[in-house]
Design a protein around this ligand. Structure first.
Ligand SMILES: Nc1nc2c(ncn2[C@@H]2O[C@H](COP(=O)(O)OP(=O)(O)OP(=O)(O)O)[C@@H](O)[C@H]2O)c(=O)[nH]1
Ligand SMILES: [Mg+2]
Length: 604
């Protein structure tokens, strides 16, 4: 007898608690061996996921509940990884739509729900985090209902069940005022509402929707068996984008079980399956019967909205701590990335050491850069550029929905900042003790906005944005209104000189740091760039005369995260990234050359 299977994906806006819930589902249905203690979320298991506290790649787990096998797919909530969600929804028959009981529906809630509804999936709504003191579960339920309605949910989809609870505390209930001590009410609802996987008889069809890596066996193709039964030693082939069909030999066939995978001889229809041994495949290919190949329609992939120049590190400090520094290294690494990172593209340029990398946003690109530096690469990247399109002779640009929740006294400031960048205020309403603002704003205007908004609101603003559409170009947006302080020479900075220069701006380096000629070492208080000498030796006599300890008065340097640096630099600047350092620099280090290039409108 084949087991009854339910395939569900968990979808939500970022941080609404998906992974926490999946962890609780695992814990409540799985016997872990003694000594297997988990402090963190089991699923967010790669370094960057742990450090950033977000899910970057979707993951499959599988549990047994009341004799039914439930395959659960945890998905990333950040908008930059939305394409991934869209793809893995193809594995599911239903979704758990999580919504934070305080925050309510957010831009990404709308996006992922819309995709799920369009695919005809059955939703269950989970109003999560009802343990939060200021939560408003009933209002949030109403919001979700309205959203479903506005997204043209079918009658059947609109007739969704809602479960309330706290993933963190490990309970779910049909009534939020009646807490329980188990998530069983949710699991029972899944069995009741989500249709069992359909069994289609016939020749094999399995579309590859995602891929996994193992250092031992290489690439692993993951997909759902759409029709027929896949057997280990049967006569199978792969149907590719170009229409070609190539015989394959499967080395290992696995299904998901608990946190891991289980090797099997055959996989029934409806089951989610992992295949090793096919070397040459792409996401979207279909595994078919070699004698009767019939491919499934290919998956459309999200178009990139942003690009950035990637080049080798040619700063005076190159090669000090990286292992991979040549253009050959860079090229190979970037092209390898495109094999698994579907929304990413790499384009050659007329310079052999420079590539244009296309992605879905700053985070999408910065995760790659961060991964590369951890692997030992050195590289430099240019200012992120949005991708324009031309439609009927008109220049079109990407527009996003921006949502900012901010304490009321700061809302005026946020509106001012967004408006300067061509943001258009659409909604302003109270939300608990916060003000909820929604804007339509060009993607261009968002670059660097987070820093500015956080500074202006003393870190209190919560900001989210998501791409919505291409629209006619909105005109010029003022650039950063402070120039760079640029190092005049190469050497070690001194407290003496930084102290003297403090009224010129804020520094990104501390006394004693090594800097090079042309490096951006601070932010000027004015809008033009200024070359400064931060290397001057201490003139002891002067210092004694003033009678104070110079180092005490120096403001601490401003630290930039990788993303902050990417959003901060101007057109004529690079971020230099090595395993140990993130520096900003002028593309042309020499002042004279810089001036000449400016005259040639190199950066217009
Ligand atoms: N108060 C409260 N906090 C929760 C609850 N569930 C999750 N959290 C917290 O919310 C934060 C985000 O939780 P995650 O499970 O990582 O959220 P996610 O939806 O997987 O986030 P992404 O994968 O980045 O989209 C963590 O700090 C959790 O501890 C809950 O029920 N109540
Ligand atoms: Mg997560």
């Amino acid at each position: 007898m084949q087991p009854d299977i339910r395939n569900i994906a968990i979808i939500a806006h970022v941080d609404h608690g998906k992974t926490t819930l999946v962890d609780k589902i695992l814990h409540s249905t799985t016997q872990f061996r003694e000594g297997q203690i988990f402090d963190d979320l089991i699923l967010d298991n790669n370094d960057q996921e742990r450090e950033r506290g977000i899910t970057i790649v979707s993951k499959n787990i599988s549990v047994r509940y009341k004799g039914v096998k439930i395959n659960v797919i945890d998905t990333p909530g950040h908008a930059d990884f939305g394409g991934e969600v869209e793809r893995v929804l193809k594995l599911a028959d239903g979704v758990l739509l999580l919504v934070d009981a305080f925050e309510g529906t957010m831009p990404q809630t709308r996006f992922v729900l819309q995709k799920a509804l369009q695919l005809g999936l059955k939703p269950i709504v989970v109003v999560n985090k009802v343990d939060k003191p200021n939560c408003r579960p009933e209002e949030v339920y109403e919001q979700v209902f309205d959203l479903m309605f506005n997204l043209d949910a079918t009658e059947e989809q609109l007739d969704f069940k809602t479960v309330y609870g706290s993933s963190k505390q490990g309970w779910m209930s049909l009534d939020w005022k009646v807490p329980t001590d188990t998530i069983s009410p949710l699991l029972d609802t899944i069995l009741e509402v989500i249709p069992p996987a359909v069994v289609r008889e016939g020749t094999v069809q399995m579309q590859i929707t995602s891929l996994d890596y193992s250092t031992f066996v290489g690439r692993i193709a993951i997909g759902r068996v759409h029709r027929g039964v896949i057997k280990l030693n049967s006569n199978l082939a792969i149907s590719r984008a170009d229409g070609s069909v190539k015989k394959i030999k499967i080395k290992e066939l696995q299904v998901f079980e608990g946190l891991g995978k289980l090797s099997v001889q055959e996989v029934q229809c409806g089951e989610i399956c992992a295949i090793t041994g096919i070397e040459d495949f792409e996401i979207g290919d279909t595994i078919v019967d070699a004698d009767a190949p019939e491919a499934l329609p290919r998956i459309a992939v999200d178009e990139p909205t942003m690009n950035m120049l990637f080049t080798i590190n040619n700063s005076p400090f190159y090669g000090q701590d990286g292992k991979f520094v040549t253009s050959r290294h860079l090229r190979e690494r970037l092209f390898k990335e495109t094999e698994k990172n579907l929304a990413m593209r790499v384009q050659e340029t007329d310079k052999e050491d420079t590539f244009l990398v296309f992605g879905r946003g700053i985070l999408h690109l910065s995760v790659l850069i961060e991964t590369m530096r951890r692997e030992g690469y050195e590289l430099q990247v240019g200012q992120p550029q949005v991708i324009y399109r031309e439609e009927e002779g008109q220049k079109m640009e990407p527009i996003e929905t921006l949502v900012v929740d901010v304490p009321e006294n700061f809302s005026g400031k946020v509106i001012e900042l967004a408006t300067q960048r061509k943001g258009e205020l659409l909604i302003m309403e109270p939300k608990g003790d916060m003000q909820h603002l929604e804007f339509k704003i060009p993607s261009r205007g968002l670059i660097g906005l987070r820093n500015t908004v956080l500074t202006a609101t003393q870190g209190e603003a919560i900001m989210n944005h998501r791409f919505t559409e291409y629209a006619p170009f909105k005109g010029a947006i003022p650039e950063r209104n402070s120039g760079s302080l640029i190092s005049k020479d190469t050497g070690t900075t001194t407290a003496y000189s930084i102290d003297k220069l403090q009224d010129r701006g804020a520094f990104f380096v501390d006394p004693g740091d090594e800097v090079y000629l042309g490096q951006v070492i601070g932010m000027h208080t004015r809008d033009n760039d200024l070359v400064v000498n931060a290397l001057e030796g201490k003139k002891l006599t002067n210092m004694r005369a003033s009678g104070t300890d110079d180092s005490v008065r120096i403001a601490p340097k401003r630290n930039f995260s990788l993303e902050e640096a990417m959003e901060y630099i101007q057109k004529d600047e690079f971020v230099e990234i090595t395993p140990k350092a993130i520096r900003m620099r002028k593309i042309y280090l020499d002042e004279g050359e810089r001036k000449r290039m400016e005259k040639k409108h190199e950066f217009a």
